[in-house]
Design a protein around this ligand. Structure first.
Ligand code: GDP
Ligand code: MN
Length: 336
């Protein structure tokens, strides 16, 4: 196999696909996956499905990020199933690892308590690093500076329908900022002080709160308490310029300064969702019914008229997660 450079590998010799990503029809967008080398098998499966169901028609570039160097095996396996450009990047040390100012005694006591309480990933430091990175750092990576839009994809997910439109262009053309396919409740025990912290931030910076926002999706009492509804962030199509904005930058910095990513187990899903719910208008948040998406154990399968047939979906629309008891679609629907 050819030698693969560290940060850039273009698997396609077709010059029309090389780095000029801003062709007229396409948006300035990338498909993004955070993965470990050990994820290679399931990463290839996710990539292959999204290429087949969507990207073979568009050739949007892919970016892969990891806090370690990707192996040449990982790069070769993944590049083999991608038609367009591919970039592989290493995450800067300080964007990933637990900062020195975190009180490790307090953090490890909190982890032990969560292990005792049987909270999923409660004892994991790497999971916390990942959540903090996805909350406040990925969009600062040098490889992502050139892009406005991203589609987050994880290893081991499934795209259950053809995507017969360009979701990035849709976002761009309709002034959207954030898109989801699945919404559900967060585990309260992972975010005991998150909402109070958000309320403090909002009282310090009320000017960042957008009119006509999605507060009534997140709260049943006008903002007094959080109802735990969030967008499931293993799927996201969103604007990185939104995360790069002054409002979000200040918000992340404030949250991070409280240490809750380590003293609790704040997830990037509620952190992103609450920001979208406050700093965007509700019209700027998009539910993509047309995109059939599965992340174990839940599947969103299109229910809109004709969407299932048009998308050649292989999921069961009657068992879509949308109106499962654990779904937050009811809260989403009530603000429409
Ligand atoms: P879950 O969906 O909440 O169960 O979490 P996952 O295990 O799927 O992790 C979320 C995403 O982060 C996936 O894309 C993983 O591949 C990635 N990820 C999780 N932990 C690590 C890590 O320690 N290093 C790297 N490079 N990626 C990670
Ligand atoms: Mn996952």
């Amino acid at each position: 196999p050819p030698a693969v450079p560290d940060t850039y590998y273009d698997s396609d010799a077709d010059v029309s696909l090389t780095p000029a990503h801003n062709t007229s029809a396409r948006a300035n967008a990338t498909i993004l996956m955070l993965a470990r080398n050990s994820d290679v098998e399931s990463a290839v499966r996710s990539v292959r499905e999204l290429e087949d169901r969507f990207n073979r028609k568009y050739h949007y570039p892919w970016v892969f990020l990891n806090e370690e160097d990707f192996t040449s095996d990982f790069k070769r396996r993944v590049s083999n199933v991608i038609a367009g450009p591919v970039y592989f990047g290493k995450i800067p040390h300080d964007h990933w690892f637990q900062p020195a100012w975190i009180d490790e005694n307090r953090a490890s006591a909190a982890r032990q308590q969560m292990v005792d309480d049987n909270i999923i990933y409660g004892g994991s430091v790497s999971y916390r690093n990942m959540c903090r990175f996805n909350s406040g750092f990925f969009y600062r990576h040098p490889l992502l500076q050139q892009f406005k839009w991203y589609w987050r994809v994880e290893p081991d997910v499934h795209f259950r329908c053809d995507v017969n439109f360009d979701p990035f262009r849709y976002m761009e053309d309709h002034n959207k900022l954030y898109a989801f396919t699945i919404t559900m409740y967060e585990f309260a025990a992972t975010i005991p002080t998150l909402w109070e912290t958000v309320k403090e931030f909002v009282s310090l910076h009320p000017q960042y709160v957008k009119a006509n926002n999605a507060m009534n999706y997140m709260s049943d009492n006008g903002g007094e308490s959080y109802n735990l509804c969030h967008f499931w962030s293993n799927f996201e199509i969103a604007s990185m310029d939104f995360w790069r904005s002054e409002a979000y930058s200040q918000y992340f910095e404030y949250l991070d300064s409280k240490g809750g990513f380590y003293y609790e187990r704040w997830g990037d899903a509620p952190v992103h969702s609450i920001a979208a719910g406050l700093f965007a208008s509700k019209e700027q948040i998009q539910f993509f019914d047309e995109i059939g998406y599965e992340h174990n154990p839940y599947t969103h399968c299109p229910r809109g008229p004709g969407a299932w047939e048009r998308g050649r979906c292989d999921c069961d629309a009657g068992r879509s997660f949308d109106y499962d008891g654990y779904s937050c679609m009811r809260q989403w629907d009530r603000i429409q």
